[in-house]
Ligand binder design. Structure first.
Ligand code: AMP
Length: 173
């Protein structure tokens, strides 16, 4: 079923967090349990028939979508966090932003070699964040079965950053 009606729950905020950025705010969708559960069901359908050991999601809006999806799938949830937040031994990836850089971290023992992992985040923009997360999942030996996003900003061509990864997006702009 097309999900375009869910765009009604995504609010566009111009010039946030900086001038020239059109921020896609998902908080109205989170306020609506019908729309929120439709999103989780749509992600579940993408994975139908596939075995998944863990949903790995990117801080922090990825967590909001990733945790209910992991519970619905009956698999583990793995947080990929910003620098300095995870308490035990981590591996890290630094990646460039338009201005400056960012760093993502993963607990070294969060994913066992060979485990099947889905990467999840709210927005695929330039793809730099997702690419760094994929490198972390692979470094610990995880098998990436795909990457899923609620929103894809197609004009930024983020998919191109993700190589052969199967990319699934629910709402495209
Ligand atoms: P990127 O690395 O450029 O693909 O950026 C993806 C990350 O930045 C995701 O974690 C998003 O939550 C956030 N993001 C980037 N652009 C936007 C946007 N226009 N609206 C909301 N979030 C965004």
């Amino acid at each position: 079923m097309p999900l375009t009606h869910l765009k009604h729950f995504i609010h566009d905020v111009p010039d946030f967090p900086s001038p020239g950025i059109l921020f896609r705010d998902i908080t109205p969708l989170l306020l609506d349990p019908g729309a929120f559960s439709e999103v989780i069901r749509a992600f579940e359908e993408i994975l139908e028939g596939r075995s998944v050991d863990a949903v790995a999601a990117i801080e922090s809006r990825g967590f909001v979508l990733g945790a209910p999806l992991a519970l619905a799938l009956g698999c583990g949830f793995v947080p990929i966090r910003k620098a300095g937040k995870l308490p035990r031994e981590t591996i890290a990836r630094e990646y460039a932003l338009e201005y400056g850089s960012n760093r993502l971290e993963l607990h070294r023992d969060a994913i066992l070699p060979g485990q099947k992992v889905l990467l999840l985040d709210d927005v695929l923009a330039t793809g730099g964040t997702a690419r760094a997360a994929i490198e972390l999942i692979r470094e610990v030996g995880g098998t990436l079965i795909g990457a899923a996003f609620l929103i894809e900003l197609t004009f930024l061509e983020g998919r191109g950053q993700l190589g052969e990864t199967a990319v699934h997006t629910l709402l495209r702009y």
